[in-house]
Design a protein around this ligand. Structure first.
Ligand code: NA7
Length: 535
């Protein structure tokens, strides 16, 4: 950033969304830079470094569709990508497209204030630098602001503690007594990975979830060749599907299939691996129909009983909720509890009372002695990422106030009253495979910016775009309505802001699907960017 004080555009974040946005705006010929609070590219995959961190979306569709060359050449030796492999992929994308010179790392966006007279954002970053930019694109991730519960006595603990997203190699778990609090995607991966070498592992579970196998395996050269040959069709199918994970999304409801055949289908899904596939790839109504959901649950419960030998542990691991949170995927998780040194504590029966100098005290008076506590307790998700920054517009109105009743955006792209503030994969984006979602969002932001630039260059406007209040309300209403049709809305989770105290409960995602999200974007563009005003 050095001496430059003004840029056409600033992209915040260099994960999937930000890196692509930077590429797109550079292609448009804009003077664009990016910042990231991290030390390198990768976003989520830069930060989440706990042992066992890996994607649970299959490798061949957990990447950009637009770089045809990398699709053919970039290595993915297994059907799922390890964090390290993803980090290397992001580095390759940045190098290949000459993006590194445009990125300033270790730099966090602190405040951004819109100036109506100049039609620019005044931006302040953590290095103390200030600059003005016309277009401010936020690709700051939906899972960044960590949630650490305020447990009495935490500061008296003599061992080591970490949140899942701040794991560092200095943390010692080998031959140590480890506690993991939280049983979402992070907690399950961490328990599974650390149990191998920990002296003991105690998993503190408030709500058990459903963990499906991954079927992690190497990918043969022949399989890779076949996929490489079919990539155009694969991406076509992904982008025209609801959840975009690469598998077919059948139309058949569960009651169209005889009970014995359902069992065969469930077993096949189980063998193929992936929680997403189990939820969306066998029947059309597991996420929407209570009876269908119960069938899926029954199958998973049976598997838990078969795998986990100790009935007490099996009971703690058996969820009584709908199978309607973010589905989880791990090959070894349940089997880990067959180890004598791996324990499960049911926090519904014995909640955590306090943290003692030597461990975690539960309501039954027992102190579970540990050396390391891992808080896999999730994030203040989606809009939570935005409240780290002091965004302000006319008359000093803050984004936090603007979203006090829950975040609202028009097709996930912009929010009214906040001109030239673009959102890539934030509130209002669809619940679907992240890379295609962020790609679509990044392209739309670039289209909006290109149109604003056209207007500005023709001298018929200042290059200012914002969504209308009515359009935001309409998209939120559509998100609410479609969420109501699913069991996700009946199962408390971060999808609705329910994991953070005092947060307004409303959908953080659009549950209508990637295909319908794309259709809404296409419609807006066809109508001359309906729902947005340009000045
Ligand atoms: P999640 O999915 O939000 O899971 C957080 C877990 O932490 C969940 O099991 C919570 O239990 C538990 N939690 C949160 N606060 C507490 C307290 N105070 N006491 C006990 N347990 C608690 O976060 P993840 O990081 O696992 O996953 C987030 C996303 O990251 C994931 O979807 C992937 O996309 C990657 P609860 O269920 O609320 O009872």
């Amino acid at each position: 950033m050095a001496d430059e004080k003004h840029h056409d555009a600033l992209v915040v974040g260099t994960g999937f969304g930000g890196l692509y946005e930077l590429y797109l705006l550079k292609q448009l010929g804009l003077d664009v830079i990016a910042i990231d609070s991290a030390g390198d590219v990768g976003g989520t995959w830069y930060w989440n470094r706990y042992p066992g961190a890996r994607s649970d979306v299959e490798s061949y569709v957990y990447r950009y569709s637009w770089d045809k060359e990398l699709l053919q050449n970039s290595p993915w030796p297994h059907n799922y990508l390890l964090r390290e492999e993803l980090q290397a992929y992001f580095q390759e994308v940045a190098r290949k497209n000459d993006l590194y010179p445009l990125i300033q790392f270790n730099t966090e966006l602190e405040a951004a204030t819109w100036d109506d007279t100049t039609s620019l954002w005044n931006v302040k970053v953590s290095t103390g630098e200030v600059l003005t930019v016309r277009y401010l694109v936020t690709a700051i991730g939906i899972l960044h602001k960590k949630n650490v519960p305020d447990i009495p006595g935490l500061n008296t603990f003599k061992g080591q503690t970490t949140h899942s997203s701040t794991w560092t190699p200095e943390l010692q778990y080998e031959n140590k007594r480890v506690a993991v609090i939280g049983s979402g995607a992070s907690g399950v991966q961490i328990v599974s990975a650390l149990s191998e070498k920990a002296q003991s592992m105690t998993h503190f579970i408030r709500h058990a979830q459903y963990v499906l196998p991954a079927s992690y395996r190497p990918v043969s050269t022949e399989e890779r060749t076949l996929i490489n040959e079919r990539y155009d069709k694969i991406w076509h199918d992904v982008f025209t599907s609801a959840v975009g994970f690469g598998f077919a999304e059948p139309n058949r409801p569960i009651d169209s299939v005889a009970p014995a055949d359902r069992e065969i289908i469930f077993q096949d899904l189980w063998d193929q691996g992936s929680g997403f596939r189990f939820l969306f790839g066998g029947f059309s109504d597991i996420a929407t129909n209570e009876a269908a959901n119960k069938e899926a649950i029954k199958f998973i419960h049976k598997k838990i009983k078969e795998i986990v030998k100790d009935p007490h542990k099996a009971e703690v691991l058996t969820s009584t909720d709908w199978f309607a949170r973010r589905p989880l995927t791990d090959d070894k998780y349940y089997d880990r509890f067959n180890q004598d040194n791996v324990f499960a504590v049911d926090l519904k029966k014995t909640p955590i009372k306090s943290i003692a100098p030597d461990g975690i005290e539960t309501a039954d008076g027992k102190v579970h002695q540990v050396d390391l506590i891992v808080f896999a307790t999730g994030f203040d998700a989606a809009d939570g990422s935005y409240y780290r920054v002091d965004f302000r517009v006319r008359k000093g109105k803050s984004l936090k106030d603007h979203w006090a009743d829950g975040p609202r955006t028009h097709i996930g792209a912009m929010t009214s009253e906040f001109p030239n503030l673009f959102i890539v994969n934030g509130p209002g984006a669809p619940f679907a495979n992240n890379p295609p979602v962020t790609e679509e969002g990044a392209r739309f932001a670039a289209d909006l910016i290109a149109h604003a630039e056209e207007i500005r260059k023709k001298g018929i406007g200042a290059g200012v775009v914002e969504s209308t209040k009515e359009a935001d309300e309409k998209w939120l209403e559509a998100s609410k309505q479609v969420a109501q049709l699913t069991l996700f809305s009946k199962t408390p989770s971060w999808f609705f802001g329910e994991n953070i105290e005092n947060k307004t409960v409303s959908p953080r995602f659009y549950f209508g699907g990637l295909n319908r999200f794309r259709a809404a974007i296409a419609q807006s563009k066809a109508d001359g960017f309906s729902g947005f005003t340009f000045g």
